[in-house]
Structures are given as structure tokens and as C-alpha cells.
Design a protein around this ligand. Structure first.
Ligand code: GAR
Length: 203
């Protein structure tokens, strides 16, 4: 049985594409059963459509209250009965109710707990760090605060700007995501407080 993944995106979807490509190998252990977005007309959705994967869009502005949007998003995700939800450049926070229903992973372009939020690479450049990177974590109620599943470092070059650093981070972030999600699909995940172990005890 392959693990069922629902991937949520808001933009280019290169992390999604890496997962779609990995899932083409039956030994990978997972399949992307649906891709959801908070906006239409994005490359992330087009990538899913080209791969023949079901898509759905739930826009915050189409609902009177944020909570209604969150419930609608949760219902759309639940229809596909995922074992894991992956936020891959999904630029919205989901509610505790959503997180109670689904094991939800998020990928962030910085080494958490540094530089949470929407502008990880820019904030790392502005701070002047010499090493940044990418983090895969289990989403909790905070902004990029959840238990860490995997991290990968990236050296910051003297002439980097936010865009060049983000592009280099993304090239290793995709591999980190593919490796970790595949291991979780095949071997399981154990979360003990803040400690995460893939395929074994976190003790
Ligand atoms: C990724 O670098 C992801 O970590 C980041 O958006 C990018 C999406 O790229 N997410 C965040 O900054 C969330 N705080 P993609 O659409 O090409 O996969």
C-alpha cells in the first residue's frame, strides 16, 4: 500500500514536482492523490493537471469567515483520505482543527527556528548569516515552529541576494523533501514532544 499524499501549494510548485517525479517509482512508497491551492491559475496546479492528478482550489476571499475557509479546505483534503498532507510553498496558516485531522508537514527555506514566516531567505540575508538552509517540520499551531523532521544547510555567498539564496536553498530543499517523505511513507514517523524519528523510536 502506497501512502496517500495531498500536497497544498500557492505558487510555482517545484517542490510538488519533485514529489510527483519521485512517486513515479513504485518503490518510493507514496503517491500524490490530490493537489490543493488557495488560489487559481498557478503553475503548481498546472503541474498537477499535467500529471493527471486531481486538483481543488479553496480561496479565503470566497468565504465570509476564515474559519469557514479552513473547514472547506479540511473537507476537500479529507475527501482524498491522505496519510500525510504536505504544505509545499502553501502560504496560509491552517487551524488546530485541520492539524488534528491530518499529519501535516511543511517545508521552509531557512534553518528553523531562525527566520520563520514568509521571507526566510530575505531575512537571512538581512541578518548577515553565513549559513542558512531548509527545514522540513511537522506543522503545529505556530509559524514554522513545529517539531523538525529534516534540515539541510546552504552556505550564504558574499554576493547572494534573497533570490539567489532562495534558488540554491530550493535545489537542496526538494531533495530533502523527497527523501524524508519517502522514508516516512515506507518506515513511518514517531513524534515524541519535539523529537522526531523516521522509522523508529524518538527516545
Ligand atoms: C519553497 O522554498 C518553500 O520552502 C517556501 O516557498 C517555496 C515554494 O517553492 N515556503 C515558505 O516560504 C513558507 N514559509 P515552490 O512553489 O517552487 O515549491
Amino acid at each position: 500500500m502506497r501512502a496517500r499524499l495531498v500536497v497544498l501549494v500557492s505558487g510555482a510548485g517545484t517542490n510538488l514536482q519533485a514529489l510527483i517525479d519521485a512517486c513515479a517509482d513504485p518503490d518510493y512508497g507514496a503517491e500524490v492523490v490530490a493537489v490543493g491551492a488557495d488560489r487559481g491559475d498557478i503553475e503548481g496546479l498546472a503541474r498537477a493537471e499535467r500529471a493527471g492528478i486531481a486538483t481543488f482550489v479553496r480561496r479565503v476571499d470566497d468565504f465570509a469567515e476564515r474559519q469557514q475557509w479552513d473547514r472547506a479546505l479540511g473537507a476537500a483534503v479529507a475527501d482524498f483520505e491522505p496519510q500525510v498532507v504536505v504544505l509545499a510553498g502553501f502560504m496560509k496558516l491552517v487551524s488546530p482543527d485541520f492539524l488534528a485531522r491530518f499529519l501535516t508537514l511543511n517545508t521552509h527555506p531557512a534553518l528553523c527556528p531562525s527566520f520563520p514566516g514568509m521571507h526566510g531567505p530575505r531575512d537571512a540575508i538581512d541578518y548577515g548569516v553565513k549559513v542558512s538552509g531548509a527545514t522540513l517540520f511537522v506543522v503545529d499551531g505556530g509559524v514554522d515552529t513545529g517539531p523538525i523532521v529534516a534540515q539541510v544547510p546552504v552556505l550564504v555567498a558574499d554576493d547572494d541576494d534573497a533570490e539567489s539564496l532562495h534558488e540554491r536553498i530550493k535545489s537542496v530543499e526538494r531533495q530533502m523533501l523527497v527523501d524524508a517523505v519517502g522514508r516516512i511513507a515506507r518506515d513511518g514517523i514517531e513524534i515524541t514532544g519535539r523529537r522526531v524519528r523516521v522509522g523508529g523510536s524518538a527516545g
